[in-house]
Design a protein around this ligand. Structure first.
Ligand code: ES4
Ligand code: ZN
Length: 363
């Protein structure tokens, strides 16, 4: 069997995906039309599509510390067309259909409520659209769960307000994440919000991006302290521990998004391994602005060290690589075998937070 067929046919599980990062030119155009919004300098869908292909691609040699800020400017600007429940419903349903077409059976997706509430869209509008799509997902052979993300370049007060707004939905959201611009925005800034997430019985994760000057400290804090004390993993009642990843430190996050730079330091590799948490990597995004030579050896090191990693597409509308394309690209860059690829999907389902035990054990 050739590798393309193998990857296409393998049932997959995606854990690092920003739903707003799946906004295609087509959907953006449709929402703009429906909401009477004029996209500056764009008169047709064709013009918008050509913008996606030129403006939003990172280039070799671009300053790695600036890339995230430049990307985020485009990302937030594009989502201005999302105003109604229907817009959020269609945004999510579009990607659920993509998931079906790629044999992605399980999906945990981030959403950024502050990116919408700060524009006057209500928290309830966002949630009702996303939850409606979640209900439809099984019709497409997909199970999806939502991870609410805090925008770390906004204030700690805004984060607290956002988690308070989420209270009525606390049983419909599975985890709290942390994203947006990491520069001078350490995870410790949001400890109070993450403590509340634990009270909601949510799982906890945080972006520790590549190309960030304090990423090593951020990884250490997130792994050991973020969200404070967890319930004792030894008391979790699990039939078959093989099917679950149970974090082994008394406090800290349940997984890390990115966290590639843990590969730089033996003590961090050891810490992440001891914590028994996994990393959700998006290597095809990193290699674009950092160069493949600065990414693939680190991915390989993490995997060979025995740290559970998964391969994900992050913001596929902008970063271009799909889940399948990411697996193929990383397999080539790291010389991974079919067995390695299979292990990444096994890791992903073990790292998944669905309460549906039967589904998890049958995956
Ligand atoms: C993001 Cl790649 C990335 N990093 C941080 N925040 C984000 N939000 C959407 N994509
Ligand atoms: Zn991300």
């Amino acid at each position: 069997m050739d590798i393309k067929t193998f990857v296409n046919e393998l049932p997959k599980c995606e854990l690092h995906l920003h739903i707003e990062g799946t906004l295609t030119a087509e959907r953006r155009w449709l929402c703009a039309q429906a909401n009477g919004i004029v996209i500056p300098g764009v008169k047709s869908l064709e013009e918008l599509k050509s913008q996606y292909l030129t403006e939003y691609l990172y280039e070799e040699g671009q300053d790695a510390t600036r890339y995230l800020q430049e990307f985020l400017e485009v990302y937030y600007d594009s989502m201005n067309v999302l105003l109604t429940e229907d817009d959020f419903y269609h945004l999510a349903l579009d990607y659920i259909k993509v998931a079906q077409s790629q044999n992605i059976r399980y999906l945990e997706a981030f959403f950024d409520p502050q990116a919408h509430t700060s524009r006057g869209v209500s928290f309830d509008t966002v949630m009702s659209g996303l939850l409606k799509a979640q209900k439809m997902a099984p019709m497409y052979g997909v199970q999806i769960h939502w991870i609410m993300c805090i925008l770390r370049d906004m204030s700690a007060e805004s984060a607290l307000e956002t988690i308070r707004q989420a209270e009525p939905y606390k049983d419909k959201i599975i985890a709290l994440g942390l994203d947006s611009d990491e520069y001078n925005n350490p995870p410790s800034k949001f400890q109070e919000t993450f403590l509340m997430a634990r009270k909601y019985e949510w799982k906890i994760t945080a972006h520790c991006d590549v190309g960030q000057k304090n990423s090593h400290d951020h990884i250490e804090y997130a792994v050991t302290k973020l969200g404070g004390k967890r319930g004792n993993p030894a008391t979790h009642e699990i039939d078959n521990p093989e099917h679950y990843l149970l974090p082994q430190l008394e406090s800290g996050a349940d997984r890390i998004d990115h966290g590639l730079n843990a590969a730089d330091k033996p003590e961090l590799l050891e810490l992440v391994k001891k914590a028994n948490i996994g990393l959700t990597l998006c290597p095809m995004g990193y290699q674009k602005h950092l160069g493949p030579q600065n990414v693939f050896p680190k991915v390989t090191r993490l995997h060979r060290y025995g740290i559970p990693i998964t391969l994900n597409s992050d913001d596929p509308a902008y970063l271009v690589y799909s889940k399948t394309g990411t697996i193929l690209g990383v397999a080539e860059g790291c010389h991974f075998t079919f067995k390695d690829i299979y292990e990444f999907e096994k890791n992903a389902i073990r790292m998944a937070w669905t309460p549906d035990v039967e589904f998890k054990e049958s995956f």
